[in-house]
Design a protein around this ligand. Structure first.
Ligand SMILES: *[C@@H]1O[C@H](CO)[C@@H](O)[C@H](O)[C@H]1NC(C)=O
Length: 213
């Protein structure tokens, strides 16, 4: 009986320890405002001198206004991560604002280091994610103003405006630097670029079409 309790405790500890290690590390002190000028990297940013911390280190006005949606996607993606808010360093959180015009969309992407809670503030969207090999299950919902949808960590997901009018949304992430990767950029925007012949075979597309991206 006692042995079982100990075994269960060890299993439980192991479970929670694994969860803790899957996300940003917890702070070890009151304040560790990022020193964005320091070249020291400690799995995050080094801290500025606490005596020099000010309220502005925790403040960001960059999400007040809609981003520039005059592009072929009809969307803008503006982030509030540790680079924008140095006070987020070691806090394990980040935010992003998305704006979309009618028919606008955000291409498929993932956040390698964060779970996302997407909150729709204006308009109507379809949002969805696809699970990993071998099932590739596609889960999607149409959201109305005020609705939220969770994107589990790492999964490829997308959002598209399915309403009449503009979309505004706010997403929160449990990482100060979620590691967003847009899949069209991986395929067509890598530096140096991926081999065109390889891409044409991977996507079953003519090389001339590949070259147009
Ligand atoms: C928005 O982006 C377009 C395309 O890049 C550009 O021509 C335009 O000047 C931008 N508008 C503003 C207000 O920055």
């Amino acid at each position: 009986m006692g042995g079982n309790v100990i075994l269960l405790s060890i299993l439980a500890l192991n479970f929670f320890a694994n969860i803790a290690f899957a996300f940003d590390p917890s702070p070890l002190q009151d304040l560790c405002v990022a020193d964005l000028t320091s070249s020291a990297r400690i799995n995050g940013y080094a801290c500025v001198d606490p005596a020099k911390v000010e309220a502005d280190n925790f403040f960001f006005s960059g999400l007040r206004l809609a981003g520039n949606t005059s592009n072929p996607k009809g969307s803008a993606f503006q982030v509030a991560y540790v680079n924008e808010i140095p006070g987020l360093n070691t806090q394990g959180m980040g935010m992003a604002r998305v704006d979309m015009v009618e028919n606008g969309f955000i291409p498929p992407h993932n956040q390698a280091r964060a779970t996302e809670i997407f909150t729709l503030l204006e308009g109507s969207v379809e949002i969805g994610f696809v699970t990993s090999y071998p099932d590739y299950r596609h889960y999607s919902k149409v959201l109305e103003k005020g609705d939220v949808f969770v994107i589990p960590i790492g999964f490829v997901h997308y959002v598209r405006n399915v309403g009449a009018g503009n979309v505004v949304s706010l997403s929160t992430f449990n990482s100060q630097n979620p590691g967003t990767t847009f899949f069209p950029h991986v395929l067509f925007g890598a530096n140096p670029g991926l081999d065109t012949d390889y891409l044409s075979r991977v996507l079953a597309l003519d090389k001339k079409i590949i070259g147009k991206f």
